[in-house]
Design a protein around this ligand. Sequence first.
Ligand code: GLN
Length: 565
Amino acid sequence: MPSSLFTSVSGASAEHEYYTPLPPGYRLGKTKFIIVTGSVMSGLGKGIFSASLGKVLQEHGYRCAPIKFDGYLNIDAGTLNPYRHGEVFVLDDGTETDMDLGTYERMLDITLSKDNYLTGGKIFHRVLSQEREGSYLGRDVQFIPHVTGEIKRFLRHLAMKSKADFVLMEVGGTVGDIENEYFIEAMRQLAYEEGKRNVCFINVTYILEPGFLGEQKSKAAQLGIKRLMELGIQPDIIACRATHEVTEKVREKISIYSNVPVENVVSMHDVPSIYLIPGMIKQARLDRRIMDILHVNHQRKRAGDGRWLHFIRNIQKPEREVTIGITGKYTALRDSYASIIQAVEHAAASLRCRAQIKWIDTEKITSQNAAAALEGVAGIIVPGGFGKRGAEGKIACIQYAREHQIPYLGLCFGFQLALVEFARHVLKLKDADSTELEPKSKHPVIDILPEQQGLASLGGNMRLGGHDVLVTPGSRAYALYGSGKIRERFRHRYECNPKYIPQFEEAGLVFSGRASANAGRIMQILELPNHPFFIGVQFHPEFLSRPLQPHPLYASFLKACLPPA
Ligand code: GLN
């Protein structure tokens, strides 16, 4: 490969067509790249597949750095509507990302940062800023080489910073989308520059099985893969998503059309839990094929994964069942509550039970019909949320839980509404409210954070990311965390109005967690002592739950929901 292929930013002048800014000290071939694209349709679970593959490679003793690219022009996921795009997953450094980053953190048991998430908006923002700074030395700034160069730089920066053996690159959307075409071009260039044995392309495709035919059809997949090949990319592996196991015949057909040996065309059909997918990858020997393609040794270390197998067994063969209610519309897509559902699943597995979730649409709930709406639920979670819609119904559910000794877990908005409920019905401040819901409230027990006052733009400026929380010794929270100092992730604009703290405390409500910064002003955990389990938290514990380390709040909430063994 010509060394002039790599130039610095300043080298992108009239003499060079090549523009590949390399991070200083970058060594070609040190990190292997696995690039996962999708065809036929989006929503196939590319993130789950990539995360599972990463987990298997970890078991071989390798270090994996996942990265997701989203084609939209938003700089991050912060301003996206979760009902359209799935939940906004918040990283410790405050980056607001796509829900797939949550899947990566959980499956790989690692903590990610802004370097693991890239959007079209973020790339263009950087290219345009550099243009304004004059970094391109009079050249016309082009998709190729400048935008593609920026993408390659980002990936190589991650490779160096993470010291990963493998960078797992998930390209969001579908091959053929306008939004990711230049990105796929950048991946083609990357493969050319890094060399054949250093880059492996996996296409996740979909095998249709229309009910009226009763058989699997591969045409859509063939066309999708062909589209990828038209862009100059020869896939090494084809992972076929399907409802049922993909037949040999269909795999052969795809193999012939795509130049991929049939043993590298594998079935990734539906399984009852995403945590079974790493096992499926191993069974298909996909990990080994990828390691062969990339010329790395198999099984440098066999991780003794008895705990993982135990976890899987508990998921598959629960001994008990419990139903918990979560306020939120099921029809609003499970993806909007992805981390909560996962946190419940992890906690349930640790208790050898299965938690059924009953979604409670609160728009029509009042204190008169709350009992009927909550019939059969052993505990209630009010998750994070924004705005007025359904808020009164959530307050009615919280009142019911408080008065009827039903375990309650309030998350962020659920913490704030628990305070509104307590203020209205225990402190007898009839008009108590959050200024988010009622700006002119006479008793604004929840009010905007002072630093949020007057902020005009919406993106990236909530109180975001990981913050330390001081937990009061002797409290329930202290007992379940087993520590006086914890770290949790936040995403909010409002807080408990400090003016009302004394009144809450006099009436018996305990604030057992406070921010360690801001002189402890921001209340972070509330609990009611004379209740089986009533805890609200200003943060999102679900972002920290991992399969083998269920979050203590979820685990003890669920335990409180179970009938005594
Ligand atoms: N809407 C509330 C706030 O901005 C709660 C946010 C949330 O639940 N994530 O503070």
